[in-house]
Design a protein around this ligand. Sequence first.
Ligand SMILES: Cc1cc2nc3c(=O)[nH]c(=O)nc-3n(C[C@H](O)[C@H](O)[C@H](O)COP(=O)(O)OP(=O)(O)OC[C@H]3O[C@@H](n4cnc5c(N)ncnc54)[C@H](O)[C@@H]3O)c2cc1C
Length: 500
Amino acid sequence: MTATLQPIAAVSTGLRTGADFLAELKASKRTVYLDGALVGDPTTHPAFREGAKQIANLFDFAADPQNRELMTYEVPETGARALRCYQIPKTVDDLRLKRLASEGWAEQTFGLMGRSPDHVANFFAGYAAKPSVFAKHGQQWADNVVKFYEYARDNHLYIAYAIVPPQIDRSKPAHKQADPQLYAGVVREVEGGIIVSGGQQLATGGVYADYLHLACIHPLQPGDENHAINVAIPMDAQGLKLYSRRPFAKTADNSFDYPLSTRFDEADCFVVLDEVFVPWEHVFIYRNVELSRDQWWLTPSHTYGNHQAQTRYATKLRFLMGLAKRMNEATGNEAVPPVQVAMGELAALASIVEGMLLAQEAKATIDDEGVVWPSKAMLYAVMALQSEINPRMIDIVREITGAAMITLPSSVKDFESPETAPDVERFYRSAHLDARQRVALMRLAWDFIGTEFGNRHQQYEKFYGGASFIVKTNMFRNYDFKRAGALVDRALSLPPVGSD
Ligand SMILES: Cc1cc2nc3c(=O)[nH]c(=O)nc-3n(C[C@H](O)[C@H](O)[C@H](O)COP(=O)(O)OP(=O)(O)OC[C@H]3O[C@@H](n4cnc5c(N)ncnc54)[C@H](O)[C@@H]3O)c2cc1C
């Protein structure tokens, strides 16, 4: 057993470029399985290379001097520039700037890569904002999480996370599973650290990320201590295996017919840990059920990560609005009153999501340690309804477009064959678009809504922040019932009419 961790690097002064990212990904010997075989180099593998390029593009965007202010901030302790996702907001304006940086990245992928590097970075900013929560259980845990955060921040790391136990037998707690090492957890202590084993879902972006953040957001109970951990593991650590779900590139054979599937597959991976060594410096929670719970709710990690997620979602909905508009224009339906009503409903829903994002900032609070928290009530309100808003919006687009996304040639090859091209050019056009332009637009919409890629997105928007019954419980815990109840009490205590 050897430690595969890199030593904590010196503070780097330059920003990470796309070329840096791709070179490091290529050099990293991570274990990714696909179709029963090792993937090898994700930067050249047909299932993953385009996704890797998208992440590289994000790093290039942030490193571009033109985007320096938008995407980075000066770290007070070092004077170096770091990605804004690592910034701990001390003012509400800092939170706004973090949102704008996330929006800058989200626009590069049209909001289609949910676990871009700013997602988990924000969780670590949230942990590092409140070391006191960790220190309550031992100063070493606070020191470890702050040091790792600084390392990640100063090296512009991309971290993916797996924080949900597998769905093997949810009727029993983790420690009562038939095999006690089924769910990820600590197996034993060894010199210099711990050994972890077991499975955990679902490291989206794991194929590309530098590190895995392994923790547990599901409620744990006494007896589950071995699973109550929070650790960081380099993706190329010995014994860490990633099982990719079926990549969309398998069926998406060209970027004309599958413009999104071919580019923005962010590779969800089931994680298997087989006797993975984690040095103590990368252990932030150890066999502690209470801290395992408190990390999410007594630090702003969950709110920072999901403020980013909602920024990404609002961007994606803007893209959906644009798609619906362009499709109506193509079909000549724009002026039809029922279509305008449907578009109005779509616009209302998209604006509610955007408004709730701004409300998280407008109702943000600053705690006694000077840390800004986005409003939990505003965050969980929109997240709780996302699993209803999203399918509703997709359904409206289906409603107003009829067969437009289906009545299309079988593939781009129909434009290329002299036998089919004349009919295709003639009948698949619209009043304002030639056939190629119209088909490209409808393919884009279908890839957004109807392909395997599009359907995975619907599942993603439903579950990325936890099942909706859990988010609604979060909402329940954070609504100001006291103020609401007081209103009712005052109404009940009004003096009888005519008593004055
Ligand atoms: C595309 C995609 C990407 C993801 N990416 C990541 C990632 O990067 N990192 C990560 O850690 N996780 C990720 N997840 C996993 C995600 O966090 C989980 O799917 C999510 O937490 C929900 O957990 P679950 O899938 O186990 O569903 P469950 O919690 O089992 O819920 C499924 C359904 O079961 C029912 N149900 C279960 N228990 C109850 C109950 N007690 N009361 C009422 N109803 C109940 C509800 O109908 C619920 O909707 C991703 C998921 C998807 C779909």
